[in-house]
Design a binder for this molecule. Structure first.
Ligand code: NDP
Length: 189
């Protein structure tokens, strides 16, 4: 099932109609509950890909101050739970958060998933912070940009993902990984 669905279709009803054992996006309440209770099975692909990026880059989440910007069911919430499971100290920010810039500046790991083109500015980034840009936004001129103003943030961040070519390909890889995980679980292996 590919989101977003047209407005006349109840998205949650469709998600709940999926067999949790085949729910490779990890959106079904059974899989969301497993993740929230610390017993993950099929985990949403985008946050799973972000955790893989952090691991491959040698970023230690344990003990780090992490800020997740966005609280959607498909990115922000599961992202926060995965970082928490990795022993980060996690803050979740959203549209009602006061002084977002100050919250971001405190973060050693910043994951932006808001869907607002280049909202995160260079002076929002703490020195040497790891910045993961989940956002995909198309500008009026057709250019794809993230939620982070990449050029401005480059000089502040210790590491930063580009858009396109950062989180997006990891999401696809993790979808395939989840497909294999689900298939092996059904075989009982
Ligand atoms: P949603 O629109 O579902 O959620 C956006 C979140 O950002 C909400 O929690 C919202 O807060 C918050 N937000 C919106 N505006 C602001 C603001 N001005 N200040 C602070 N917080 C704000 O988006 P998704 O989570 O589905 O996606 C986020 C982005 O990630 C999009 O650009 C999407 O295209 C991209 N994406 C990329 C993927 C990839 O593979 N790279 C996969 C999935 C998504 P509130 O809850 O208060 O409304």
């Amino acid at each position: 099932m590919q989101l977003p669905l047209p407005p006349q279709i109840r998205t949650q009803a469709v998600i709940e109609a999926i067999d949790p054992a085949k729910d490779v996006d990890g959106f079904h309440p059974v899989n969301a509950g497993k993740l929230a209770s610390g017993h993950p099975f099929l985990v949403p692909c985008t946050p799973l890909g972000v955790m893989r990026l952090l691991a491959e880059a040698g970023v230690v989440a344990a003990g780090a101050r992490a800020l997740v910007l966005g609280r959607s069911a498909i990115v922000g919430r599961p992202m926060a739970l995965l970082l928490l499971a990795a022993d980060a100290t996690v803050t979740v920010a959203h549209s009602r958060t006061r002084d977002l810039a100050a919250e971001c500046r405190r973060a050693e790991i910043l994951v932006a998933a808001v869907g607002r083109a280049e909202m995160v500015r260079g002076d929002w980034i703490g020195t040497d912070a790891t910045v993961i840009d989940v956002g995909i936004n198309r500008r009026a001129d057709g250019r794809l940009v993230g939620d982070v103003a990449f050029d401005e943030c480059l000089g502040h961040a210790g590491a930063i993902t580009p858009v396109p070519g950062g989180v997006g390909p990891m999401t696809i890889a993790c979808l395939l990984e989840n497909t294999v995980t689900a298939a092996l679980a059904r075989r009982g292996s």
